[in-house]
Design a protein around this ligand. Sequence first.
Ligand SMILES: Cc1cc2nc3c(=O)[nH]c(=O)nc-3n(C[C@H](O)[C@H](O)[C@H](O)COP(=O)(O)OP(=O)(O)OC[C@H]3O[C@@H](n4cnc5c(N)ncnc54)[C@H](O)[C@@H]3O)c2cc1C
Length: 220
Amino acid sequence: MTHFPKTDRNRLRRLPERALYDHQTIHAILDAALICHVAFVQDGRPFVIPTLHARDGDRLLLHGASSSRLIRHLQAGHEACIAITILDGIVLARSVFEHSINYRSAVLFAHGQPIHDEANKRHALQLFTEKLLPGRWQDARQPTADELKATGVVAMSIESATAKVRSGPPEDPAEDLHLPVWAGVLPLHLSYGQPQAAPDLAADLPLPDYLRQWMDRPGS
Ligand SMILES: Cc1cc2nc3c(=O)[nH]c(=O)nc-3n(C[C@H](O)[C@H](O)[C@H](O)COP(=O)(O)OP(=O)(O)OC[C@H]3O[C@@H](n4cnc5c(N)ncnc54)[C@H](O)[C@@H]3O)c2cc1C
């Protein structure tokens, strides 16, 4: 299966021409975003929690303190709705009405499955670490048994998903095109600053190659 089925729950009604349901697009959005927002209902009340994520095939992995309310709730098998948003630009139209934003977003529905065994937990932590900075897992000290115990991991099997993508210039109606108002797109992207060494770092430790290469790669 290469597409998530369109159902009553995930079928985009508003501007459906911006909807995409294929795994490739949705996975690419998950991989490009550093964080997601996880929404769930507990004791009849809604909560939304921002958190890091990593993808393992068709599953989205979340982690946190073993005692975290979010992690415990999802490990118990409850359902969540997860939103991922990447901002690509502010769309400045001639009219206030047509102002918009260029973005890639995804909304997923999934139930949690706990990951308790040490090998799978370790694998999940490797995916998280490598997502933050490729090359980091091998360099940093590996988790101890106690650290693994203190970390809760949950796999969210993606059951349903939709991507919504807006790109391109403003869509002013023809009658506004003559207006003397600047129109266009102000691109937005997340960028890296200069690495700042920890104040207690040994003075003779150079910047690792994988960090330099990550920062120097095209588009960063
Ligand atoms: C950064 C950003 C800013 C936005 N700003 C606005 C705004 O100011 N005003 C506004 O009206 N809308 C905005 N949107 C679009 C908004 O996310 C909704 O798509 C839109 O409001 C329609 O909501 P709805 O509940 O009527 O969607 P429906 O079409 O009824 O949604 C049906 C299903 O489609 C899926 N879906 C809906 N929206 C999205 C999405 N964005 N990404 C992936 N799947 C989705 C969900 O599964 C949902 O259950 C913004 C989107 C982004 C990413």
